[in-house]
Structures are given as C-alpha cells and as structure tokens.
Design a protein around this ligand. Structure first.
Ligand SMILES: Cc1cc2nc3c(=O)[nH]c(=O)nc-3n(C[C@H](O)[C@H](O)[C@H](O)COP(=O)(O)OP(=O)(O)OC[C@H]3O[C@@H](n4cnc5c(N)ncnc54)[C@H](O)[C@@H]3O)c2cc1C
Length: 461
C-alpha cells in the first residue's frame, strides 16, 4: 500500500483540529516516539499528535484516511513487541493527554477512564474505595489502560483474577471508517449480540482507537501472605505448581525464577538470595485472616512435600516486600547484564510446562545463547529471556532463532505465541501458524473497519 507523506499543509490542517501545542514534527518528539521497549529497529514518524478527546481522534482519523497517512496509536510505549513503532512513518497518535479518571462508581464496582490513564495511578485512586483493577503488569508505573486493553495485558495476578479482557465491560472507540462508538454495556453481564467491545481487546491498535473504557473492579483483599520456596530441581518445582493449582488453593500470584535470574537479581540488587536451581513465589490473598492462615499452612505443606529445600514465609510486610523486590528486579537486572534481552512470552497448557522449559534450555545450548526462565508459571505463561546484546549481531540473530523455535514449539504443543505482550512486529511471522484460516477472517475484519489500512499498518497482521 502506498502512503502519503505528511506535508506542511497536513501539519497545518491537523493543528487546526488539535491545536498547535498538540502536534509536533520536532526531532525530539519524533525520536521519543520511534520505538517501544522491544529492542528492534526504531522507525521515525513524521509527526506526533496528542488528541484530548474522542471527537479530536475522530477528526484526525477521518483526515488521515482521506489523505492515506498512516496513524500509529501509542500509550505508554512500554510494549515489548514493537506494536506502536511507526514502520510506515506517518503520525504517532500519542494518547497520554487523555488521562482522566472520569468516574469511580464504588457501588457499581466500576470505573470509567480515558485511555491514557496509567495503571498504577488508577489503582492509587481506587485504593481509598477498597477496590482495585487486578491485571498488574510489571510495567504498571508507565503503561496505559488503552495499551493494556489493546494488548490484553496481564501479569502477576492473572492466575487468580484473570487478564484485562475479564474486566472490560464497555469501551468508547473511534474507527477509521468515521465511527465514534460506545460498545458493550456498563453491567456485569449481558447477552445482547456480538461482543464488539471485547473484539478490541488484543487488537493492538489495528481496528480502532480506544478512547474510553468502563472497567469492572474487585474488592482489595485485606490479608496477604508471601511464601518463597527454593528448589534444587526445576522438575520438582513445576510439579509442585501443578499440585498447588489442583489443590484448590488459589494464590493471587504463582511466580517462578530460575537460577540465572536469581543470580542476576542478587548481583543487581545486592539482595542475598540462596543460590538454588529455582524459586517459586506464592502470594495468598484473603478477605479473612483465618482463611489465610489455613491456606498458607496447606501451601507450605505442599511445597515441602514437593521438594522445597528452603522456605521463607515472612511475618511482616517489609520482609515480604524484599521477596517481591527480587521478582520485580528481573527486568532491570537483565538490562544491566546484557543490554538488550529478547523477552519471550509463550504460554502452554499446564501439563506441558516442564517440556517447554526443558526445550528453552535445549535451544539455549543449540544456539549458544544464555537464557533465563521466569514468569507466571501458575497459569502456564513462561518468559524465556534471551540474554543478548544487539551490538553483537551474530549473537542477536542466534537469540532470535532460539526464540522463534521455542515459539513454534509452544504453538505445536497446544500453546500460544504470546500470553500477554502481544504480537506486534516481533511475532507476526508466527500468526499464520497460530491461527491458520482464522487469520484471513481477522484481515477482513480489519479491512471493514479500516479500508485504507491507515491504523497501525504492518503491526500484528
Ligand atoms: C519492564 C516491563 C515489564 C512488563 N511487564 C508486563 C507484564 O507483566 N504483563 C504484560 O501484559 N505486559 C508487560 N509488559 C508489556 C507492556 O507494558 C504491556 O503490554 C502494556 O499493556 C502496554 O501498554 P502501553 O500503554 O505502554 O502501550 P504501548 O506500548 O504504547 O502500545 C501497545 C499496543 O497497544 C496499542 N494501543 C495503545 N493505546 C491504544 C489505544 N488507546 N487504542 C488502541 N490501541 C492502543 C498500540 O498501538 C500498540 O499496538 C512489560 C513491559 C516492560 C517494559
């Protein structure tokens, strides 16, 4: 598809829609909107635009459609797959100026927000109401609600509470065919035809721009208990995760770090962590103290019987926080160790977890790249982190090959190429293997809402 370049006349016309302070073609703005957190190639846009309302978004899309100028939607820019990188140039539509929490409705257990609201900021606002929006991506300090919906983001707490998809009740979205629509309904369940609101969940900005969302909320659990268990065998640890899931105990988080990550985090943070093969961290949540103590005791017994060689179950928050500090330190500690890690994000059925983890280590051997395995193993989501520096092109290529082979393996054994980070540029080559004939249907859906292919072209599909 041939696209038009952004001309001075276009800049003038767009400035008349959003106001001169909300559009820029200065190098600084182009460069800071040219890449996300994926260590791929940057691509410069020709202009950056910050809309302040749905109506402005509609006007911009109508203009860009008529002129055939690509528009790339950007939230916090924390994506790990290059899904907002303007590979065809054009305009980056940066949603950060639509950051209003419109209304918290505690009795309805719902909140209405604009798409540019930051995840952590929303939960801070909800805390006095005793409510929270649970998906909890590790990028919560910077990622936006719009980006989370577009990626169906999740994180530490998905094993108990689910992903962003499970909380989207209604959306306002603007489509390049010139529609500004309210989709879904502000009630907990509905049976009113096609679920077009959730069609946008995971759409990675390819169908429409999400401008507002109504999210379901949960009461904040009053009591928490963290348990860290160290193992000398990955097999034993993974079997233990299976037993915990089957026992009916429903931890708010079940996280896993292998020895590579334990060492990297210890080096980066100065925390003294046991040098064991791997670690499982559980966080139990409860609304009653008694229930929590009973669950903790059952979980500790299961971990001991399953082969845990060291157990830490802190009585106070500060000590528990140190354990979570280690978990949160995995990403920065990798950046320190290798500069540009490739973060894998496969998900497999629980029964295949051990096979997939073993496969990751085999591929590390085959391609001679270091890998660290960690993630939300409680729901089958494995982050295989290929520790590479993209300046070493040979190593970088080998890491990409290892990641590709593992991704294909995950699809083959009934899993998926991504659990939460999405497809973007990084993984779109695997979409035909993941979806087969359904991919064509996705393309047709895109054609319907975006016939000139101006919204996030080149991303995901
Ligand atoms: C350190 C780190 C940790 C991370 N941990 C997690 C994690 O635990 N779980 C997880 O799921 N992800 C994680 N991520 C990935 C990323 O943070 C999430 O995918 C997040 O949801 C992206 O939000 P964003 O606002 O930064 O979106 P961006 O990166 O700006 O965009 C992501 C995609 O959403 C689209 N988009 C953004 N806003 C809109 C909108 N309003 N309408 C339509 N499309 C839109 C973009 O076009 C793009 O396709 C992590 C990233 C980093 C760097």
């Amino acid at each position: 598809m041939e696209y038009s370049k952004v001309t001075p006349e276009d800049l003038k016309a767009l400035a008349s829609i959003v106001g001169a302070p909300n559009i820029s073609s200065e190098d600084y703005d182009l460069v800071t909107n040219a890449i996300d957190a994926f260590a791929g190639e940057p691509a410069l846009p020709e202009a950056v635009i910050w809309p302040e309302s749905s109506l402005k978004v509609l006007e911009i899309l109508k203009y860009a459609s008529k002129r055939r100028i690509p528009v790339y939607v950007r939230g916090g820019g924390t994506g790990l797959t290059g899904a907002s990188v303007p590979v065809h140039g054009g305009i980056v539509m940066n949603m950060m100026k639509m950051g209003r929490i419109i209304e918290v409705r505690p009795l309805d257990m719902q909140v209405d927000v604009e798409a540019g609201v930051i995840y952590d900021q929303l939960n801070k606002e909800l805390e006095p109401h005793g409510l929270f929006f649970p998906p909890d991506p590790a990028s919560g300090k910077s990622c936006t609600i719009g980006g989370m919906i577009a990626n169906n983001a999740s994180g530490l707490k998905a094993v108990k509470y689910g992903a962003t998809r499970d909380y989207v009740l209604a959306l306002r979205a603007v489509f390049p065919i010139g529609l500004d629509l309210r989709l879904g309904s502000k009630v907990f369940k509905y049976s009113i035809g096609y679920d077009l609101a959730r069609m946008l969940v995971g759409s990675e900005g390819t169908l429409g721009v999400i401008t507002e969302a109504t999210l379901k909320l949960r009461p904040l659990p009053k009591n928490r208990k963290t348990i860290a268990a160290y193992f000398d065998s990955i097999e034993a640890a993974i079997k233990c995760i299976g037993r915990i899931r089957l026992s009916g105990i429903e931890p708010g988080a079940i996280e896993f770090l292998d020895r590579t990550h334990l060492r990297l985090v210890a080096e980066w943070s100065g925390l003294s962590l046991p040098d064991r093969e791997c670690m499982i961290i559980l966080e139990l949540h409860s609304y009653s103290k008694v229930g929590l103590e009973e669950e903790a005791s059952d979980a500790i017994n299961l971990l001991k019987e399953g082969g845990a060689v060291e157990l830490v179950a802190p009585e106070n928050e500060a000590e528990a926080e140190r354990i979570w500090e280690a978990r949160r330190g995995t990403y920065p500690s990798m950046l320190k160790a290798c500069r540009s890690p490739i973060v894998g994000d496969i998900i497999v059925p629980l029964s295949k977890l051990l096979d997939a983890v073993k496969k990751a280590y085999q591929l590390a051997e085959k391609y001679q790249v270091r890998v660290g395995v960690m993630g939300h193993l409680g729901d089958g989501n494995i982050h295989t982190n290929w520790l590479t520096d993209r300046r070493n092109r040979d190593e970088w290529e080998r890491a990409l090959k290892a990641n590709a082979e593992l991704t294909r393996y995950a699809i083959e054994i009934g899993g998926a190429l991504s659990a939460e980070h999405g497809v973007g540029l990084e993984k779109k080559e695997f979409m035909p293997e993941q979806h087969k004939e359904v991919l064509e249907l996705m393309r047709r859906l895109k054609e319907f809402f975006d016939p000139n292919d101006i919204l996030n072209p080149g991303i995901m599909l």
